[in-house]
Design a protein around this ligand. Structure first.
Ligand code: PMP
Length: 286
């Protein structure tokens, strides 16, 4: 495996060491980001780093590195396989907790990690048939806008979807469908794209924002408003979006067909825009 970045040094993964007293390990006291990179070019790097700063602010931790410092790290990590599509993973924790004390250390020394993993090529079966999703009660906390490493609820929800033979769990709180366990949610109703507004109950997805921008350019009407569970069930199209899964059409929900049961026409359009956007990024790298 390629080298990774840990606390100022580039090291082989087998050589990377953190303390068992790290608060990330003991409490899940940390935040993270995942940035897709195509042919060595991170997609929406500035926006991802801005969200990392927001997450750090949300947990009261100062940014350990500036955007140009992060950029240099990304370039070095990505340069080992410059033509490949890779996902950058960054994590910042509040460092070591002496005596496993919950209270913040007065002068935290954050643990800073960055590494890459190969991104799976697009699965053509998904574009042809779409994926299945199930709905689940949202058992997460009330600060889902913080991209926290404490992911136990998301892990349980995603596993529950997996065990039901589904790709994703769509999370419902107080009758509203908010997002997936690892993705944002869109529906299409009468030719209009709908996605829930940003707020503390969901993660402000970078792909979500890009989809709305692409919809704008393509002249697809869209609105940010709440989606009631009944409306989700009656939607003509349902999509999920995330950095590593792009925009996926959901064609079965809780065992019932979504619309015609095929990836819909608006999904086809937005997917084309998304693929063109990626191709431009790759061309800029050449
Ligand atoms: N919501 C949740 C809960 C997620 O984990 C993710 C994936 N990180 C997303 C939405 C999508 O965010 P992005 O488009 O920035 O990957």
């Amino acid at each position: 495996m390629n080298e990774l970045y840990l606390n100022g040094a580039f090291v082989a993964p087998e050589q990377a060491r953190i303390s068992v007293m790290d608060r990330g390990f003991l409490f899940g006291d940390g935040v993270y980001e995942v940035i897709p990179a195509y042919a060595g070019r991170p997609l929406r790097e500035r926006e991802h780093l801005q969200r990392l700063d927001n997450s750090l602010k949300g947990i009261g931790l100062a940014p350990p590195l500036s955007p140009p410092e992060w950029s240099l790290i990304f370039q070095r990590l990505l340069s080992s396989t410059p033509k490949a599509d890779q996902a950058l993973y960054l994590q910042v924790t509040r460092g070591v907790a002496p005596n496993r004390d919950h209270r913040f250390p007065s002068q935290p020394v954050p643990t800073v990690l960055a590494m890459t993993k190969p991104m799976k090529p697009r699965d053509l079966a998904v574009a042809e048939r779409g994926v299945e999703a199930v709905t689940r009660d949202d058992i997460r906390w009330l600060r889902c806008d913080i991209k926290a490493t404490a992911l136990l609820a998301a892990v349980l929800l995603r596993q529950s979807a997996e065990e039901a033979g589904a790709e994703e769990a769509i999370l419902v709180r107080d009758g509203l469908a908010l997002e997936g366990s690892t993705s944002n949610l869109f529906i299409v109703r009468e030719g209009r794209l709908v996605t829930p507004p940003k707020g503390p109950l969901l993660l402000a997805g970078i792909t979500r924002d890009l989809v709305l921008e692409l919809a704008d350019v393509a002249g697809i009407p869209h609105v940010e408003r709440n989606i009631e569970i009944q409306e989700l069930r009656r939607a003509d199209e349902v999509w999920i979006s995330s950095s590593t899964r792009e925009v996926m059409p959901v064609t079965r929900l809780d065992g019932a067909l979504v619309g015609s049961g095929q990836p819909g026409p608006l999904w086809q359009r937005i997917d084309r825009c998304y693929q063109d956007f990626k191709a431009d990024l790759r061309r800029a790298a050449a």
